[in-house]
Ligand binder design. Sequence first.
Ligand SMILES: [Fe+2]
Length: 365
Amino acid sequence: MQKVTIKNIVPGAIVTKPIFNEDGVMLVPNGTILHEMGVRRLIEMGIHEAFIVYPESETSRILELYEESPHLDDIIYQRTRVQAKQLIKRAMSRMLPGDQLDMGKISNIVDEIIDQLLSVKEIILTLSRLKTIDDYTYEHCVNVCVISLVIGIDLNLKQPELRHLGVGALLHDVGKAYISGDVLNKPATLTNQEYDQIKSHTEIGYKILIKSGVAEEAAQIALYHHEKYDGTGYNRCLSGDTIPLLSRIVTLADSYDAMSNDRTYRKKLAPDKVYKEIADLSGSQFDCNITDRFLRRIDLFPIGTGIILNTGHKGVVVGHNKFLPQSPVIRIFKGETDSKNIRSSANYVDINLAKTKYLFIVDTF
Ligand SMILES: [Fe+2]
């Protein structure tokens, strides 16, 4: 199974996850074979990507291995993702001064996400290369919620803490509902006054959450998610373990997702750069222990990624080494390695890059 942009789908692909529109209406059920007309129709309807498999091909056989390591976009149902995004969009776009949040639906969706994550044995996160910038703010909230919960589960947090973490992470930026879009999305450098406005979203968010009846532990996430481990963050300049654990988790998840996506004021970083940046900021911005555990769950080279070695050979990733994400198991095909050849050729050699000192990946395609 692979996730592809709709325009790259070759007719004959089989849909492996139902495709929903923005309103949560199912457009294409699981198992549908997409023909040219169907692909065109989906493009017209503004659908960007889908999970598909090509029948009986070498590529699909390789990519089926992907099932063993669910990645960020895989680990919750698309329907849940769409619903969560809609809830957060409604909450943030219609909020007026003094409004409270309808926490019933938000708590339910967080419970759904937790249940889905707990049902996955071994979660591996990858940096999706297919994200769009549409509705970034809302998509970001859902991503931060999912990533935070993955970290929380890894840290063996109990169910009540996971619920606080999920709710706080999903609503961590709710205070931005009161900040002008012009300031939030300003591509140029902010003035001091504008920066102060941005910084105020943490305090505003905390007040909204408390007023809406959210537990203190969850509301504190909105308040402290821009604090840094070394005390250089805002607004309270807390440091180390005086920053509540749940907030330290969300700070990392927030930065990770922000670095992986295009923003109006900067381009997203390449996956290996994100990995390095997060590792470099461990101990200054982020809690070292949380960062360590988190990085072990990152898959830099998802199965199916085309790679180029330092020798110039091209290949495809077919396996992982759990604690050495930079060194996956790759498959090198004899002769040409374009997608057509990968499907038809049975002549290949598998190399575990963790077991060789001289071969390493220099690029992906
Ligand atoms: Fe924020």
